[in-house]
Design a protein around this ligand. Structure first.
Ligand code: HEC
Ligand code: HEC
Length: 361
């Protein structure tokens, strides 16, 4: 992890050229490695080492609708492999009797993300599946009942024995196996990765200009940095709320969620408060986690509420200095990008698409 001061020095030096008539120079492969870098090996928790048997079990569980109370949803229903391990709609599907209020985040490279969810309320990939099983908006089920159910199945007892080396199906083992599978969803080797390795011809001229803008005039790298192109922090960028405004079921869920997170005045909450739900600090109102930009071309629509259908819309939004919100980050300002610069920036974002590493399961 590079220190914030080093990072800011590089970004500021790069953006100092902005405003002059000359285009920003792109960072060299070595400078790009210092700002971003490769993903490297998958972090493995000591108490849940990935083995092929554990990954295989996890993949089976991930696709099993018996995890949901009415048998209608599996993890895969909302994290669809053919839609970037998300769902290509602004607001997520939900348990039949409920309504979601956020977009499904992609599970691409989720092993490298921490904390989790748009507001960072979950720390740990190994416990997250149990929260999903119990969540009234998602599986609306009891993890212990799921474990008892699977123990009566013809195939699962042997799969669990192979995966854990001991008898018994328990809720924590269900979660560990699913997490082991999720850790195989690693996508890298993008053309930008090859550039960082020194192959400057891996990016086209337009993509290279887009990279220069990303760290320079457009200053995206102030927040989107490190190997997963995120600072893992929370910012309010003023995302508009047209995908949820006026939708009574969504507003009911926003109130319900504020209540279960223990917000004192949950009854008067009319917007998704994001990070404030976790910290309870009013200055965190409307802050959301900086999202990874790896494979970003595959995970439209964008933002916590799916406000933007295309990358071009996202770029126009940042070009205008972000949206309007009393808590909006001071890091955002109008960028003054020309149409050609916007196209270059989008070309660079599209060069961040990598392919999946071999699946050990
Ligand atoms: C009904 C749709 C739905 C189902 C089913 C579902 N998810 Fe999700 N998932 C979501 C939504 C929506 C979020 C974001 C929630 C939030 O931020 O409040 C999410 C967030 C996540 C995250 C955090 C990702 C990140 O970038 O922070 C993980 C990990 C995850 N889900 C894994 C799973 C697993 C494992 C299962 C099955 C046990 C599952 N999900 C089932 C909709 C779903
Ligand atoms: C102040 C920090 C900050 C800066 C600067 C910034 N971003 Fe972001 N970015 C975020 C945050 C926070 C989110 C998630 C916001 C949300 O969902 O409400 C995000 C989300 C995104 C997304 C959507 C990802 C997804 O999966 O939905 C894209 C694309 C994106 N940013 C691109 C850019 C580009 C391009 C720039 C430069 C023009 C930029 N960002 C500058 C903080 C920042």
């Amino acid at each position: 992890m590079i220190r914030a001061a080093t990072l800011l020095a590089i970004v500021l030096a790069m953006s100092a050229c902005a405003g002059s008539d000359d285009a920003d120079p792109p960072p060299s492969p070595a400078e790009a490695r210092a700002l971003f870098g490769q993903l490297g090996p998958v972090p493995q928790p000591e108490d849940n080492p990935s083995t092929p048997a554990r990954v295989r079990l996890g993949r089976t569980l991930f696709a099993d609708p018996r995890l949901s109370a009415d048998g209608s949803l599996s993890c895969q229903s909302c994290h669809r492999p053919d839609q970037g391990f998300a769902v290509a709609q602004s607001i997520s599907p939900s348990f039949a009797t409920r309504t979601e209020r956020r977009k499904v985040p992609t599970l691409i490279n989720v092993a490298f993300k921490r904390p989790l969810l748009w507001d960072g309320r979950v720390e740990d990939l190994d416990s997250q599946p149990l929260a999903t099983i119990a969540d009234r908006i998602h599986f609306n089920n009891d993890p212990d009942i799921v474990a008892a159910d699977l123990a009566r199945d013809a195939a699962y007892p042997a799969l669990f024995r192979e995966a854990f080396g001991v008898e018994g199906i328990t809720a924590p083992r269900i979660a560990q196996a699913i997490a082991a599978y999720e850790r195989t969803l690693v996508f890298d080797g993008s053309r930008f990765d090859r550039y960082m390795e020194g192959d400057t011809a891996a990016l086209t001229a337009a993509e290279t200009r887009g990279l220069a803008l990303f760290v320079g005039k457009a200053a995206c790298a102030m927040c989107h940095n490190g190997p997963n192109l995120t600072d893992d922090r929370f910012h309010n960028i003023g995302v508009p709320d047209h995908t949820i405004r006026g939708r009574a079921p969504v507003m009911a869920t926003i109130g319900f969620d504020a209540k279960r997170m223990g917000l004192a005045d949950w009854e008067s909450v009319t917007e998704d408060l994001g990070r404030q739900l976790v910290t309870k600090a009013p200055e965190d109102g409307g802050k959301f986690r900086t999202m990874s930009l790896r494979n970003v071309a595959q995970v439209a629509p964008y933002m916590h509420n799916g406000a933007f259908a295309t990358l071009a819309q996202v770029i126009d939004f940042y070009d205008a200095g972000g949206g309007a919100h009393p808590n909006k980050s001071g890091l955002l300002r109008p960028l003054g990008l020309t149409p050609a610069e916007k196209a270059d920036l989008e070309a660079f974002l599209r060069a961040l698409t990598g392919s999946r590493r071999p699946d050990p399961g």
